[in-house]
Design a protein around this ligand. Structure first.
Ligand code: 5GP
Ligand code: ZN
Length: 117
């Protein structure tokens, strides 16, 4: 599997940079965002390096489906089931993506405004 040496999320997925996992399985790791923008802010990353959603292909269907089904379960695990949450998947420059390893944000603990800035 491609694992760019300078990819911080690959290092987290590989355990080279330690994080306290909120959830993990053979395909995904979830951990707290280092710079939270909401009372609850969790990142969910695939262990496989994909630079963005735009790089995902047919071979990634099962992984993407698994992630979509796990996101609400992880949100529930951190106490967001009753009041809801927002899933964010920034993609590319105008999407505000800063780390080029596919990741979902789970945001909760307050009302999320719309539209985003
Ligand atoms: P993006 O802007 O690419 O959608 O989100 C990247 C997120 O990764 C940001 O919210 C940022 O705070 C978070 N982040 C960047 N580096 C690290 C790190 O080393 N550890 C953790 N836990 N979060 C990080
Ligand atoms: Zn990576």
């Amino acid at each position: 599997m491609l694992m760019p040496e300078d990819c911080i999320f690959c290092k987290i997925a590989a355990g080279e940079i330690p994080v306290k996992p909120i959830y993990q399985d053979d395909q995904l790791v979830a951990f707290a965002d280092i710079n939270p923008v909401a009372p609850q802010h969790v990142l969910v990353i695939p262990r496989k390096h994909l630079s963005s959603l735009a790089e995902a292909g047919e071979a990634d269907k099962a992984l993407l489906g698994h992630a979509m089904l796990m996101l609400p379960k992880i949100a529930a695990q951190i106490g967001l089931a009753a009041d809801g949450f927002r899933i964010v998947l920034n993609t590319g420059k105008n999407g505000g993506q800063t780390v080029m390893h596919l990741h979902w944000h789970i945001l909760g603990g307050r009302y999320m405004e719309w539209p985003p800035g």
